[in-house]
Design a protein around this ligand. Structure first.
Ligand code: NCD
Ligand code: ZN
Ligand code: ZN
Length: 431
């Protein structure tokens, strides 16, 4: 088994505020030892020269698009993008073609990512067959095959009865229900941006915050006596946050994630009719954005997930009303959040790291997210000092669809180890 000795790093775990100068010995898939002035025969040495070392980032919400939409992304390109962004584990959504609603589908993702993947892939299975909201999947078999959760992401489960049954079944088999919250009855056809100032100015049909919050409230009620772990995807509206906060205060097992774009942008930042700013849920009001940030700080929102949603350049070049919803996020999340939330004093570096590593792992019962002896050898080396510009053309992802092109940021991942393997490395790290 390959051994690496990483010399002179500064380790930061999310649950501690201290950066600890240390050497790290990786032996195969494990962190064997962390200490000072270490030597090891038979290990390859790398001098990290005082760079920050954090547990590998974890993203519980990405779209890898394969099978079926390989023109947008593949497991190879999506997990390479993850590795480049410092992520060592990503949970992929089942809105592929076919939808991941069978044990074979789950096994295919596991086998393909084993063969072609860089970072670890944790498959999420559908709640209903074809995510069409009509018939539940065989959750026991899906869990047995390796699904980590169930979700019909891309669409909301419209029927309350179906959602209730899904929660009962998911609770019985021990799978979290990960909900894309969207009440279609409250949507206008063709709605493509938040129902607010921007929509009004450009005469576009808008997506109201209530279309999300109505599902969040409904689901919290439905989940209450099932004991299920209920998780809200890409939370975006003030009212949804209020409902999650109340449920948590009552002790209910509810968790929520927020995306980097909903933390960093609002409708006022959309420069014009530009489909790179079109995603679901949409960029909402400045007030919503402030509430999301407060909720992330106080723990109402548990962690950050990118909702990495690659599309082709041709698809995204269409008019705002026609282009598909979604933006990529894996390769820019950490530096953008570090620069615009940590360097501005909104979050500490440890708080940010915690919400991208230990907390998502804890919410989903993964034994990852902490850099300690005996843990899986997942870690990311970050260069906090150098400032660079976001250049979509350089992305490892097939998707270049980001609203952050041209933004400057610090805090770029320069080396990523996933289960003891180097999955991303910048040429100049090893000299
Ligand atoms: N977020 C998006 O805007 N798009 C996602 C679907 C989803 O996450 O709901 C996609 O699959 O493209
Ligand atoms: Zn969604
Ligand atoms: Zn999604």
């Amino acid at each position: 088994m390959k051994k690496w000795l990483l010399k002179n790093g500064r380790i930061l775990n999310g649950n501690s505020s201290e950066q600890v100068p240390a050497d790290i010995l990786l032996n195969g898939e494990r962190v064997e030892r962390i200490g000072r002035n270490m030597t090891e025969n038979g290990a390859e040495w790398i001098d990290l020269a005082g760079k920050l070392v954090i547990p590998g980032l974890i993203d519980m919400h990405v779209h890898l698009r394969s099978p079926g939409f390989e023109e947008k992304e593949t497991i190879a390109t999506g997990t390479r993008a993850a590795a480049r962004g410092g992520y060592t584990a990503v949970a992929c959504m089942p809105n592929t073609r076919p939808v991941t609603d069978s044990p074979e589908g789950i096994r295919w993702i596991k086998e393909t990512s084993e063969k072609e993947g860089y970072s670890r892939v944790l498959p999420i299975a559908a709640i209903t067959r074809e995510s069409s909201g009509k018939e539940l999947t065989d959750m026991a078999a899906l869990k047995e095959a390796g699904a980590v959760a169930v979700s019909d992401d891309g669409v909301g489960v419209q029927s309350s009865r179906m959602m209730k049954e899904a929660m009962r079944l998911a609770s019985a088999v021990g799978l979290p229900v990960v909900a894309h919250c969207e009440e279609e009855d409250l949507l206008v056809p063709g709605a493509c941006v938040h129902d607010g100032r921007f929509a009004e100015r450009y005469g576009l049909p808008g997506i109201p915050g209530e279309s999300e919050a109505v599902h969040v409230g409904r689901d919290i009620l439905l989940a209450e006596d099932t004991g299920v772990h209920y998780h809200v995807c890409h939370i975006s509206a003030e009212a949804s946050v209020r409902l999650v906060r109340e449920a948590k205060a009552r002790g209910q097992r509810v968790t929520a994630e927020v995306t980097p774009h909903h933390l960093l942008l609002c409708e006022d930042d959309i420069p014009g009719l530009d489909s790179r700013f079109k995603m679901n849920p949409p960029l909402r009001s400045v007030r919503d954005r402030e509430v999301l940030l407060e909720a992330l700080k106080d723990g109402t929102i548990d962690f950050i997930a990118t909702d990495h949603a690659p599309h082709t350049t041709e698809e995204k070049a269409q008019r705002m009303e026609k282009a598909p919803f979604g933006i990529v996020g894996l390769e820019t999340a950490f530096p953008l959040l570090y620069t615009h939330l940590v360097l501005t004093g909104e979050l500490t570096l440890a708080q940010l790291v915690d919400r991208m590593t230990r907390i998502p792992a804890e919410c989903f019962g993964l034994s990852r997210g902490v850099l300690e002896e005996g843990m899986t050898a997942d870690l990311t080396v970050i260069d906090l000092a150098e400032e660079r510009t976001v250049e979509p053309d350089t992305f490892a992802s097939r998707g270049k669809n980001t609203p952050f092109g041209g933004w400057k940021a610090k805090g770029w991942p320069v080396m990523t180890f996933s289960e003891g393997r180097i999955v991303w490395e910048e040429a100049r790290v090893r000299v």
